[in-house]
Design a protein around this ligand. Structure first.
Ligand code: GDG
Length: 465
């Protein structure tokens, strides 16, 4: 097998199986970010092809070498649904749900991380650059360095890194820190995440950290520097701007408004159905506003897209029941024959439809209790080429560090959220325009291509120093 100069390692390959057993690109932020990086280089992508027990050889797709990692149904259950999504995910999101610590899951996590590391080691050419993505693969950097000391290794963490008081619950905290420190650059969404990681390294491993560099002890007594820094991820801004200007998408936005009975105000939420996103808090605030009579169902509709996610994990099954009970109650109490309070959609939609929804929405609700970044906030802003609309944004989403002109909320403060919703609905056009222009500038100047360039240039610097 030919070896690549640049290798991405991620839980999933950037493709899905189509109906005829062929492959098609799965649309996602990371895929877009990498398109530009992969162009003109000899690149490979290591990941799970999305089906259990699928045993296929590496193949070329769209100018890139795809290297499938074979995972069994049991691997998926223990490593992915178990350790990744029922231990690490809740622990790293401030234990909004209780993390479960199971030794069997940890053993599978280690075993599967080793599979990814071995596949990456086989795919990379001498002296290549390897970029490992996200919390499912925290042990890969160290495992890969042991196999291939010649490589330059980067790691990007898409979710929050928690405060030490929480992180220290993890029975395998040392192994995880050491796993990550196998990378030359460890990237986080927020400055606070990088700070939490550096603190954990000092407290747990007693390694010296200074100005964003950890000195990692090595066998030959010479410490190796690992850079720890924030690189806030973004979106393909131009693509959203183009879609928002497309007459078909604009017509669809008008059609959406009409089909909801042309309410005076449309509020929108778009999230994977996940307990970190604060969907219940949002429903509570909205339901109370209707109950208090501060809003009227004839005037206002909340559209909530909750795309199906992790449907085999128990906490998610419960969450879905709770949300659907809340929606049913609110609609039951408030709906009229002609108007609904909440139009709830447990479905996924094509990107064109999402942009039409963004254009139809007067107020966008991002009420996460904890979120690495939250790309939906940025997508809404990028789509508002008309400089209208109001973004309500939780301070617990990474995006809050950059999007200072949004209406900021603490989603735990239901009264505060209710006031923010009313304020957003009543906001004069001039103020909407001022805020939206500032937000758009930010997302325009800092897109996902800029994000990957900045990470990779930091990584390149460690090679030359
Ligand atoms: C993780 C971190 C971080 C959702 N429903 C549909 C749909 N989506 C798209 C959104 C957005 C993406 O999925 C979700 O990204 P988020 O950033 O909002 O959240 P997570 O999935 O939790 O992502 C997060 C991110 O990684 C990147 O680092 O920002 O903090 O948790 O792009 O638009 N897209 C379509 N139909 C849907 O129904 N087409």
């Amino acid at each position: 097998m030919s070896q690549a100069e640049f290798v991405i390692v991620a839980n999933r390959l950037p493709v899905d199986r189509d109906a005829n057993g062929g492959w098609r690109t799965s649309p996602g932020g990371l895929v877009t970010a990498m398109e530009q990086v992969m162009r003109g280089v000899d690149g490979a992508w290591v990941g799970w092809p999305g089906q259990p027990d699928l045993d296929i050889d590496p193949f070329d797709f769209d100018g890139m070498r795809l290297v499938p990692v074979k995972l069994s149904a049991e691997d998926i259950e223990l490593y992915y649904e178990g350790f990744s999504n029922d231990t690490i995910w809740p622990l790293y999101h401030d234990v909004i749900a209780a993390p479960r610590y199971r030794r069997e899951w940890w053993n599978a996590y280690r075993r599967v991380n080793r599979l990814f590391a071995t596949a990456a080691a086989d795919a990379a050419a001498e002296g290549a650059t390897v970029w490992v993505q996200d919390y499912q693969l925290q042990l890969v950097p160290q495992m890969l360095r042991e196999l291939r000391p010649d490589l330059t290794i980067g790691y990007f963490h898409h979710i929050p890194f928690p405060a030490y008081g929480l992180f220290s619950q993890l029975p395998w905290r040392r192994q995880v820190l050491e796993g990550l420190l196998g990378a030359d650059v460890i990237g986080f969404q927020r400055v606070a995440d990088a700070g939490n990681f550096a603190r954990a390294v000092r407290r747990q491993l007693r390694y010296e950290t200074k100005a964003g560099v950890v000195r990692v002890p090595t066998a030959d007594d010479e410490a190796r520097p690992a850079v720890v820094r924030a690189f806030p991820i973004s979106i393909d801004t131009a693509q959203y701007e183009d879609l928002a200007r497309d007459p078909k998408v604009r017509a669809r936005a008008a059609e959406i408004r009409a089909s909801l009975g042309n309410p005076r105000h449309i509020l929108l939420g778009v999230d994977r159905l996940d307990y970190t996103k604060g969907i219940r808090h949002r429903m509570k605030a909205f339901g109370e506003l209707l109950e208090d009579g501060r809003l009227n169902v004839e005037d206002v509709t909340l559209v909530q897209v909750a795309s199906p996610s992790r449907e085999r994990v128990e906490t998610y099954i419960q969450l879905r029941d709770e949300i659907e009970l809340a929606v049913g109650r609110i609609n039951g109490d408030q709906d009229t024959m002609g108007h609904t309070a909440i139009r709830y959609l447990h479905q996924s939609f094509p990107r064109e439809e999402m942009v039409a929804l963004f254009l139809a929405a007067d107020v966008m609700l991002v009420t996460a209790l904890r979120d690495g970044m939250n790309l939906v906030a940025k997508e809404y802003v990028a789509s508002r080429v008309d400089n209208r609309g109001v973004l309500i944004l939780s301070e617990f989403a990474g995006a809050a560090d950059e999007l200072g002109s949004a209406v900021r909320i603490n989603p735990h403060d239901i009264e505060g959220m209710k006031d923010a919703i009313v304020r957003a609905i009543e906001m004069p056009a001039a103020e909407q325009g001022r805020r939206m222009r500032a937000l758009r500038r930010r997302v325009h100047d800092n897109d996902v291509q800029a994000w990957s360039r900045s990470f990779l240039s930091a990584l390149e610097k460690t090679r030359t120093s």
